[in-house]
Design a protein around this ligand. Structure first.
Ligand code: NI
Length: 258
């Protein structure tokens, strides 16, 4: 690929059902989209390791998702370390964080595992891709207290503009996904329109949260272009500017991306 147009910082391309990985990545290649694929449990870290070895424009994160923290052990951490040390396309820790939406019965364990993975990211000197759902200030406070040296991305940002500003004060990047194209997504539109461009990143979180005009169908990573278009419209600037600034931002965080 001669030129990277867009870096999609969060795509579960390996979880698509209606599209094969080959097909979805062919569409990415056609649109000049490079993707980073998160893990979510102690098994998917190996799947992501294999996936990024197989495909050139695919990078990965290793980490355990808040809803899956019961599977997290010391062995998970040592497996993650081995994968990172043997594969230079594993470029971050994720997706990790807190989720109070689905099940509040093990919040303490979620916090404990989140903190362990932040400390691990610090040791490995890798960025963190954070999942935060209905746990805004707990997530931010844990990051403030425990994160020393890792760059942080708030994935699929769903908070208020005020919360986005609190994150940016801490140097945290804001990743906007397909929700920004939804008519009723007033808060996300406000965030996408108003945050400083140097903290903006793009993602899709496919197969979930399909942007307009494909809402109701399965999402895929190349649909990041609809996220770009919507943010460009909201800000009244060309799509190319959103593409170039978010690519510069992503490469600052992930210098391994070529
Ligand atoms: Ni995700």
């Amino acid at each position: 690929m001669d030129k990277i147009a867009v870096i999609n910082t969060h795509s579960h391309v390996n979880m698509l059902k209606e599209h094969s990985v080959d097909e979805a990545l062919k569409n990415c290649a056609d649109e000049n989209v490079v993707i980073i694929v998160p893990s979510y449990d102690d098994k998917s870290i190996f799947e992501v390791d294999e996936l990024v070895k197989k495909y050139p424009d695919v990078y990965g994160y290793v980490g355990v998702f808040p809803e899956e923290v019961k599977c997290f052990t010391d062995k998970t951490l040592s497996d993650m370390e081995k994968i990172i040390k043997s594969n230079n396309k594993i470029i971050g820790i994720g997706e990790i964080g807190l989720d109070y939406y689905w099940d509040k019965s093990f919040i303490d364990l979620q916090k404990e595992v989140f903190i362990k993975q932040i400390e691990f990211a610090n040791q490995m000197n890798l960025p963190i891709n954070v999942h935060c759902r209905e746990a805004y200030f707990d997530t931010l406070n844990i990051l403030k207290e425990h994160n020393k040296n890792s760059k942080v991305i708030m994935h699929c940002f769903s908070g208020s503009l005020e919360f986005a500003k609190e994150c940016i004060k801490q140097g945290i990047y804001i990743a906007i996904g397909g929700v920004v194209t939804f008519k009723n997504a007033v808060k996300v539109k406000e965030v996408a329109k108003n945050i400083p461009l140097e903290y903006l990143l793009l993602e899709t979180d496919d197969p979930y949260l399909t942007p307009v005009p494909y809402r109701g169908k399965e999402n895929q990573p190349s649909y990041v272009k609809y996220v770009v278009q919507e943010i460009a419209n909201l800000r009244g600037i060309p799509s190319e500017e959103i593409e170039s600034v978010t690519t510069i931002n992503a490469k600052n965080i992930f210098p391994q991306i070529i």
